[in-house]
Design a protein around this ligand. Sequence first.
Ligand code: ATP
Ligand code: MG
Length: 566
Amino acid sequence: MNSESKRAAATDFVREIIAEDLRAGKNNGSVHTRFPPEPNGYLHIGHAKSICLNFGVAAEFNGLCNLRFDDTNPVKEESEYTASIKEDVRWLGYDWGDREYYASDYFELLYEYAVRLIKAGKAYVDDLNADEIRQYRGTLTEPGRESPYRNRTAEENLDLFERMRAGEFEDGSRVLRARIDMMSGNLNMRDPVMYRIIHEEHHRTGNKWCIYPMYDWAHGQSDSIEGITHSLCTLEFEDHRPLYNWFIEQLGIHQPRQIEFARLNLSYTVLSKRRLIQLVREGHVDGWDDPRMPTISGLRRRGYTPESIRDFCGRIGVAKSNSTVDIELLEHCLREDLNRCAPRVMAVLHPLRIVIENYPEGKVEELEAEINPEEPGAGSRKIPFSRELYIERDDFREESPKKFFRLAPGREVRLKHAYIIKCEHVVKDTETGEIVELLCTYDPGTKSGAPQANRKIKGTLHWVSVKHALNAEVRLYDRLFIKENPGDEKECPDMKSCLNPDSIEILRDCKVEPGLSNVRPGDFFQFLRIGYFCVDKDLPDEKLVFNRTVTLRDTWAKIEKKQKGR
Ligand code: ATP
Ligand code: MG
């Protein structure tokens, strides 16, 4: 059993409730969930939590999970979003079979349901405008007032509702409301609006409708129509549950059981579609799939694997109270997965040329290098070694501090998979004083694998052969926000001022080993000693572009220890 399935078998309050329902023989022993996104933006890591929960629970209890688009608002929804949502759910590893549904498929049935409520005196057409409705609703401490239109006859309501549908009235001039209780302590029960008039084309139903159901009217009934047994949603819907139950009871239709869980909040991240849309529209990022975005498509482009995201969702679990998860945990899950499966390669981000003077000119040796020490079955690759090499500029210091175990004048270091070399001379630009190259010698007896190679040397550097290296652009991504809770109005009243000005650095003159000539978008690697990188999805002609997924430094273990010690 791998760690992921072990965790999946772990339980939580949602799974306990479902198991209990099964033991009690409810729903004829079946479990049916759904993931219900509104197609008004791209999915983010918070949605991944809901996806893993809904699809995960269904799989564990031999049930089914539907994908349902809650497309009740024609103004904000687009087909582009529907397509991206499907791609993201599939990429995360989940399959809804042929159960792809849309709330808009139920518009006719929802209309019939509304007519039923009108006939039963449980719904009425109200001529108050939006402002008046708000005023009449009262507050948490003040009871609401009944609308003067509340006591229209069923006949009059039916007539008006039909004419609303027929397009006789203007936007905002009338609504259909449930007739429940203006005195209720729960504001959601104070005659909530069920339908509003919007003369807008819908991405699926076109111009067929000019009245659209409110989310609160559509959601519960859609669950019921699909035979959902357990409707898992986030905590803010707890207060809506009595309303959903009321509708179902009035209609006498199948009742799903709603269970609320805490939404995911992540440090240094915003997870509300409103904020994410703002980031895109105002150009703070380069689109929804910018590698700095917490969207699934952004994480994918950054180099996150579906396994690491599922692992993360399993580890955070589901709870009943809101909290913020440390982003280090997400990065830790990613590093763990990449450490297991990323091929190792050598890349030099800030090249400094070295010449090995006692190595024959024109000679090339193909050296053997393991692909992944964590996975012996991954085998090995060949890397060319020659007289001129690039090393990292940072790996050389003319004046080296005490604990600097890299290259310095007169010092020796090991070149990974190759030889021990010594720096003999520093060549500088006579005008600028900048270091242009290093003249070195190598010790031929210390070839990797030879007995003498074990000579005690503190530093090991990565390198690439000048003649064989490929040019690459490397984009170093960092967190988008400098504040821990950028979504918090108090900490960040103005989102823009909380952006990290250094969230991207582009290096255009990097050198990578020649074996990378045939990479494909999405391929990922560990650049030895530097971090994990993936090939960007857009590969311009002849140019290699790598995105930094994450650095090697994992601080999660430390944080965890500190938390445990507390
Ligand atoms: P946002 O607040 O970002 O606009 P939303 O809740 O309006 O998100 P929906 O498309 O309605 O977005 O969400 C689809 C499903 O995903 C819902 O069941 C919702 O509860 C769940 N979901 C959304 N955000 C989170 C989150 N941060 N953590 C867990 N589940 C979430
Ligand atoms: Mg929503």
